[in-house]
Design a protein around this ligand. Sequence first.
Ligand SMILES: [Fe+2]
Length: 158
Amino acid sequence: MTFRETHNSLPLSIRQQTYELLAPLLSSTIDGANQAKHAHWNVTGMHFQQLHELFDTVAGTLFARADALAERITALGATADGRTSVTAQNSFLDKYPEAANAEEHLHALAAVLSALSSHARTSAAQLSEAGDEASADLLVETVREADYSLWLLEAHIA
Ligand SMILES: [Fe+2]
């Protein structure tokens, strides 16, 4: 990644380290948001309306997180790549199951949120250690939001 010139006072070596952690999380968060939309559109069953709305809420939360991650990347002087081809290539999430009933949608999205939270938590610790507290803070917020959404999903799993 080539960084543009910036007055940002964080040393380039640290900004590069941050980028290496934020870029795959950005791709995966966009991927996860689209997976939640997929569930929103295709869920069926007795609890359709409730899950249809819940999955849209999860998608909205993830799209908002992606936006925050992307703008942190650009604030550090790098490029936030939101292109679908790049997102698909760089996401660390599993491919979403093709035909899923309501319970399978809940489990599939729970796995998405767990993976995002896990990556963000590990990265937050590394960035805090490296000296980029602002990015670490963003990732801690990502963990908190992913864990909250995970709770909402798991409350619907018998
Ligand atoms: Fe919708």
